[in-house]
Write a new protein. Structure first.
Length: 376
């Protein structure tokens, strides 16, 4: 059996090496390392794939979130509601812009932001909601958009983990990240669509907002040395765009491979008293499994993790400490009883290897090892 990896980027590369190498060589030959033709090609291809009017590439997913908030004109002190159970980048950019992060609990089944908790957190100072499509599963965008419209709030989708996932609303299928006023994603190498360094992008159907953001990512310039807005230096370089151009045509296949692996995990682990597997409908594409995350209940999750590691099976805990308990984001406004689901999830979750090259023999070994531990 091949060595199990959390993400097998080498095997994925091997299958498309000729295309990737040719794409990178084109950049080296034309020496347009910043904002070269590969960047423009990727932008257009991703717009077509997502069915969105504007894709603005940038340097990384964290920048994408920050620039989205800058583009909306949010001001210091404005409140932004987001999930407590997610990676720190989501709240980090809120704090960096001197906005006021408002962390709320998540739903136990989806692990995505709770609509009821959003409702309870809205105040006259609230200006935006940031739903995170956590682990690749689409958040409840229909109800979030209705709520945002009722309160005149912006919706910024954190789509760093769910590129390519679908959301069906009233029979109409849209790609997540394109439903809110603005979306942001990451092309970190381990993402479902990852480059070979850092990269990110912002999505919107709003022409005026797109124009503003195109200036922000390039030092606030629309014309060289004319700085019309306060900007940053956040550009997707041409080599990373070349890699993404090579990989984008395979994104649907990559996502389907992840869903197939997830279904096999679910089947092997179904019905065990100590395991809650992630629910999803394989006939739809609303979960693209950036991570495959189990909940281990009434058993020692940490001991299971060590058991798997001892067998050479990589695994991880996303996320071990809630954001409201992090030193950087602690706030007297937060009470532990406000986060019952998050506080439970951090004790239960464990992520298993999930990637496009995962083999049946590996899945069998992983699931057998989990059952061996829980049944002893």
């Amino acid at each position: 059996m091949k060595k199990i990896q959390m993400v097998d980027l080498k095997s994925q590369y091997d299958k498309i090496a000729a295309t990737v190498n040719t794409s990178i060589q084109e950049v080296l030959d034309n020496t347009a390392y910043i904002n070269g033709p590969q960047v423009h090609q990727f932008q257009k291809s991703l717009e077509d794939y997502l069915g969105v009017k504007h894709v603005i590439p940038c340097a990384n997913g964290t920048d994408a979130l920050q620039i989205a908030m800058m583009g909306l004109g949010l001001q210091p002190g404005d409140e932004v509601i987001t999930a407590d159970f997610t990676f720190a980048a989501t709240v980090e950019v809120i704090a960096l812009l001197q906005l006021t992060p408002v962390l709320v609990d998540v739903d136990v089944d989806s692990m995505n932001i709770s609509l009821e908790r959003i409702k309870a957190a809205i105040t006259p100072k609230t200006k935006a909601i940031v739903p995170v499509h956590l682990f690749g599963r689409a958040a409840n965008m229909d109800d979030i958009m209705v709520l945002a419209k009722e309160h005149d709030l912006y919706v910024i989708e954190d789509n760093a983990q769910a590129i390519g996932a679908d959301y069906i609303s009233k029979g109409i299928k849209s790609k997540v990240g394109t439903i809110g006023h603005i979306g942001a994603t990451s092309f970190f190498p381990s993402k479902n669509l990852g480059c070979y360094g850092d990269g990110g992008a912002i999505f919107t159907n709003d022409d005026a907002l797109a124009h503003t953001i195109r200036g922000i990512v390039n030092h606030g310039m629309y014309e060289r040395y004319h700085h019309d807005v306060v900007g940053v230096n956040s550009r997707l370089d041409s080599i990373q765009a070349a890699v993404l151009n090579a990989k984008l045509p395979f994104l649907n296949d990559y996502n389907e491979a992840r869903r197939t692996a997830a279904a096999k995990y679910n089947t092997a682990l179904a019905g065990h008293v100590n395991i809650i597997t992630p629910s999803f409908d394989h006939t739809e594409n609303n979960h693209v499994f950036h991570q495959y995350v189990l909940r281990i209940i009434n058993a020692d999750r940490n001991a299971l993790m060590q058991h798997l590691l001892d067998k050479g099976i990589p695994c991880a805990i996303y996320y071990p400490i809630p954001l409201h308990s992090q030193k950087a984001y602690a706030d007297v406004r937060y009470n532990e009883e406000d986060f019952p689901v998050t506080n439970e999830l951090v004790k239960e979750v464990i992520a298993l290897p999930i990637h496009t090259e995962l083999e049946d023999e590996q899945i069998q070994f992983i699931t057998d090892s989990i059952l061996e531990f829980l049944n002893k």
